[in-house]
Each structure stands twice: as C-alpha cells, then as structure tokens.
Design a protein around this ligand. Sequence first.
Ligand SMILES: [Mg+2]
Length: 265
Amino acid sequence: MNLTEHRYAFLIDLDGTMYAGHSTIPHAAAFVGTIRELSLPFLFVTNNSSRTPEAVAEHLRHMGIAADADEIVTSSQAAARYVAGSERGRRVYAIGEEGLKTALREAGMELVEDRPDFVVQGIDREFSYRKLEAAVQFISEGAEYVLTNPDRLLPADGRLVPGAGAISAAIQGALQMKPAVIGKPFSPIMEYALERLGTAAEVWAVGDNPATDIGAGKAAGLRTALLLTGIATPDNFEDLLARAEVVPDLVCANLAELLVRLGLR
Ligand SMILES: [Mg+2]
C-alpha cells in the first residue's frame, strides 16, 4: 500500500519536537518510524550551529530515534551554502564551533584569520574580546556578516544559556548594522532544506516554537504544524501565537495527533 507515497514531506524541528534535553518526546520515535514506512521525504532542521550533522544524528539514535547524518540540516550547513553560493569570494573568518567550521570547509570555503570575504558567526563558547575585535574590523573593512541563527538564549540542562544571537548583539552593538540571518525564523535555512529534500510533495514545517518554526515555515511558503510539546504547551500556545503573529495550519497536542490529522494513521 503506497497510496500516500510523496503526498507529504516534512521539515522537522528537533528540540521540543523530537527531544527535550536527554529525553525523547512521546510519539517522536513512532512518528519517524511511520513516515519512513510510508516513504514520505523528511529532514530534521535545527538552528543549532555547534554540532556536526553526524553528532546530531548520533544524539537522536542515542535516544532511540533512527537518524542518519544526511537527514540532518543545521544552520551551519545552510550558512555555508549561502556563502559558497555568493560571488564575493571564498575566504571566511568563522566565529563558531566544530559544526560551523566543518560545514564551511565541506562547502569549499577557506577558513582564514585575515582579509576575509565573510564573517560567519554562530555560537562559540570560546568567544572573546579578540574575536569581537577581529569581526568588527573585518566587517567594517567590507566583509559580509552572516549569522547562523538569531537565538539569544538556549535551554541547557534545565537553565538558559546565551546563544549565537547574544554574541551577535555585541557585534551589532559595535557596528550598528544587521547581519544576513540564516536560521529560523528566517527562510534561508528552510530554502536550503527544501533544495536538499528535492520533492514536489506538500511540505510541512513541524515544530514547537510559534516564532521560529511556524514563522520560518510561513516565510518559506510551507504548510505549518505547531506541536504543543515544547515551548508551546496547551496552556500558553494561544498567547505565543498572538505574540508571534502567526497562524499555523494545524495545532496538534503531539506527533501522534499530526499523523491522524493528515490521514496517515
Ligand atoms: Mg524546538
């Protein structure tokens, strides 16, 4: 029975949708199992720029969710695709971690410490005044400033820690200018994911965050499903949607309900 083949495709958020820290969200593994069985195309899309796709896939497998590195889309890969597709040049000053540096190298960019064509910045837990100074100098001299994702705070072990957006605030504060932003809620990461998905099916952006997941899905012209399993909950989702000024196509308590609503189960 393959009537549903390629009827739908999915761009699926990770944190709050597949897992929360080190625990799996209920129905996440079963959802992935079902869409695999139905041969529906999908990719996991994460704003996280620090990990390589292999490390993200490993994390998913560790939690009992089958995943391959080539099923992961990171904001670092989308940022690397963005700079590699530009005519500006191949020299990049990177402020970031392994996930960003690997993605840039794999896209054919050269990581340099002087005269860059781009400053590409993600989360960097060894960010310093020296790096801030270099970024500010290079951007004022004409390098294009690209930010992997705008998240100011990230959940980590039950608390919130500063994200790539907080580091960017320092650079933007010095320069009074805005970067090209790749990650959700902006559309470049979704457009890159769609390019990799390569399907004519109806694509659904699925996630727990109205502002980022639903916002990015809308910006890229996709169908959108909000899950009430992470940032959005049954108690707060109406407020969050109003604040983000977005209206998803579907609001589902969990991923099992999404399968039912789409007639997949
Ligand atoms: Mg999320």
